[in-house]
Design a binder for this molecule. Structure first.
Ligand code: PLP
Length: 423
């Protein structure tokens, strides 16, 4: 499969039926699986053979989606999780425990920011935030011997900051720290973080991968390009795991992915459901096509808004005068995705007035599906953040997040124009 191009992989990867089997993955709606020989089941528990014994650990429908996303990201192992938040949490827990720290870009999704700033410290894991636009030396200063991960987003939600991958990858490789990237808003159709040095790729598959606002889910992809063996930072990978038959994860070809499934999925149980995996698998078939249309529609909308007299500022990396246009040309050459943000001139009250005047575009706590939608993050997803944290996250009070769908662009623009007339 690896030899195929991305749009072919979207359609074909993940599940290859044998003669007489169903063309698309069946929904294996079963918690458990039957074995005649005790030894066969023991081998599964010992990871000596592949197969399924309990859906909390693995399931054939979930595996089809895991394999598809892993192929799209150029990784070797996918782990389907219940949501994007559980994927991020489990990825962190796979490497970090009490006394450790991680570095994270301060421009991340509000839920992730909250997890890192509030919940992780309660578990003894410190998060050191950095400005993704800061010089490498400044970011590097935050690393110490207990740093276990550098976390970033390819295109940050909702600030639409495009990541300078090479800067972060160099820091990570110099310090032998794992580099994890949330690729939710770019998707592998527009950017494959592994090509730019990422070791772990994370998704909220709830967004573009499913693409239809039908299924909650998350995905962790292990690119298996990070050496844990003998790396002092990662002692838990280099000593036998007594909770898993003395397995030494650093000795395995897929160290991170195996530890994540064998310990974290087993213990926290936040696995993706077969039904959601099925819907997400089907959604992914059209990912490449959809991302093309999302990107071209968003570019047209961004051009329209950038010329509108009632718009104070607009953020989409397709615009030539956008701060991230150069980075987008390098890392997102085939399209910059469907998410944009903008501010309306005047008081914050105008945001609500504008959003309520929209007819086609709906207000939703969601982004990245086929239907256009808007949200006012400062009063919703980011409302728990202080003034200072809002600033750090790149979320001014008048920011409106617009997720441009795949409707006809003329209709989207007409709806925006009409609503702007009302403010
Ligand atoms: N990462 C990003 C970039 C997101 O936008 C979101 C949700 O909006 C998440 C992670 C969390 O995903 P989920 O809602 O599936 O838990």
């Amino acid at each position: 499969m690896d030899k195929y191009k991305l749009d072919t992989l979207c359609v074909q990867a993940g599940y290859s039926p044998k003669t007489g089997q169903s063309r698309i993955p069946p929904i294996v709606q079963s918690t458990t699986f039957v074995y005649e020989k005790t030894q066969d089941m023991a081998d599964l528990f010992d990871l000596k053979s592949d197969g399924y014994f309990y859906t909390r650990l693995a399931n054939p429908t979930v595996a089809a989606f895991e394999n598809k996303v892993a192929a799209l990201e150029g990784g070797v192992c996918g782990i389907g999780c219940a949501s994007g938040m559980s994927a991020t949490s489990l990825a962190v827990f796979t490497v970090a425990g009490a006394g450790d720290n991680i570095l994270s870009s301060q421009a991340v999704y509000g839920g992730t920011y909250n997890l890192f700033a509030v919940t992780l410290p309660k578990l003894g894991i410190e998060c050191r935030f950095f400005d993704p636009d800061a010089p490498a030396e400044e970011i590097e200063k935050l690393i110490d011997k207990n740093t276990k991960m550098i976390f970033t987003e390819t295109v940050a939600n909702p600030s639409i900051i495009v990541l300078d991958f090479e800067k972060i990858a160099k820091i990570a490789s110099r310090h032998k720290v794992l580099f994890a990237v949330d690729n939710t808003l770019a998707t592998p159709a527009l950017c494959r973080p592994a090509q730019w040095g990422a070791n772990i790729v994370i998704h909220s598959s709830t967004k573009y991968l499913d693409g239809h606002a039908a299924a909650l889910g998350g995905m962790i992809v292990d690119i298996a390009n990070f050496c844990f063996k003998g790396n002092d930072r990662y002692s838990s990978f280099n000593v036998p795991d007594e909770s898993y038959h003395g397995l030494v994860y650093a000795d395995l070809p897929v160290s991170f992915g195996t530890k994540c499934r064998a310990q974290m999925i087993r213990d926290f149980g936040a696995i993706m459901s077969p039904q959601n995996a099925f819907l997400s698998y089907i959604g992914c078939d059209t990912l490449a096509l959809r991302m093309e249309r999302h990107s071209s529609n968003a570019k047209k909308v961004a051009e329209f808004l950038s010329k509108h007299p009632k718009i104070e500022w607009i953020n989409h990396a397709s615009l030539k005068d956008n701060k991230y246009n150069k980075l987008a040309e390098k890392y997102l050459p085939d399209g910059q995705g469907g998410m944009l943000s903008f501010g309306i001139k005047g008081s914050v009250e105008k945001c609500a007035k504008f959003m309520e005047a929209l007819k086609l575009i709906t207000q939703e706590t969601h982004v990245a599906d086929v239907r256009s939608c808007v949200l006012h993050p400062a009063s919703t997803t980011h409302r728990q953040l202080s003034e200072e944290d809002l600033k750090k996250a790149g979320v001014p009070h008048n920011l409106i997040r617009l997720s441009v769908g795949i409707e006809n662009p003329d209709d989207i623009i007409a709806d925006l124009a009409n609503a702007l007339e009302k403010v």
